[in-house]
Design a protein around this ligand. Sequence first.
Ligand SMILES: [Zn+2]
Length: 299
Amino acid sequence: MRTVSKLLGLACVWLVTQPASALNIFACEPEWAALARALAPQADIYSATHVYQDPHYIEARPSLIARLRRADIAFCSGAALKEGWLPALQQRAANPAVREGAPGMFYAADVVSTIEKHHEALVGRGHVHAEGNPHLHLDPDRVQTIARHFSQRLMQLDPEQAPQYRQAFQVWQKHWKQKRLQWKQQALALSGKSVVVQHSTFSYLLRWLKLKPVADLEPAPGVSPTLSHLDTLTKSLETEKPLAIVHNWYQSDNSARWLAKRISVPVLALPSTVSEKDGISTLDQLFDHLIAELRSAQL
Ligand SMILES: [Zn+2]
């Protein structure tokens, strides 16, 4: 009963604060929903995925199709992450506002460069990032560029509320720049250290922090770790120990633990994106969390 009245209360607040013309934003990944909340606080925002899901493999469920059908704007990583499930969703939602090339279809990868284009050579083995690594929300500099472009797109699509979007961006940017300086400072202790990863999820972050990904538990992008590959890694890592072995919340930690036991280094389970129920609701909270976790590995 308490939950019901709480929900009713929330619904009333929503009705009061939501202007009739509020934009409907569909975010493919939770990080973009979080950024959209900061840049368009009045909007109705929905995230298609959450931190415990592998963003490469999403099912085009009817609820997602219905959400995309109502959207004024879709905010997605793009690059390799658009190849799997988004085209099916766009086709079935049949919403001209978010079709390919429409101003309402916003891809983060279209406004910044991507790294690790070499994955192209691995086409046919697991999922690959032929258009470069799409996990670009983990670079504070790229996020700033993406935020600026997304804010401009909001103004273009909803000119009546342009002053509000401009102000929200300025507030966000000021805070982001301060946080960026703080992260740079915190990262000094990590600079030059090496880590072992499981998939290239954190590549942008590691690069920004000047950490070196010296090995990947995946024998090829998107291919699950094999015993023979782990065995090879054990031999090569025994002499020069990494800071930690890093994996995502949505991945099994079996391989990371197997290797960690052999080379005696810590395993870090890191969120690849925001998660409100875990107290990481915004992108700056995500960077705070990730950097604190990495720093804790060297204590
Ligand atoms: Zn990936």
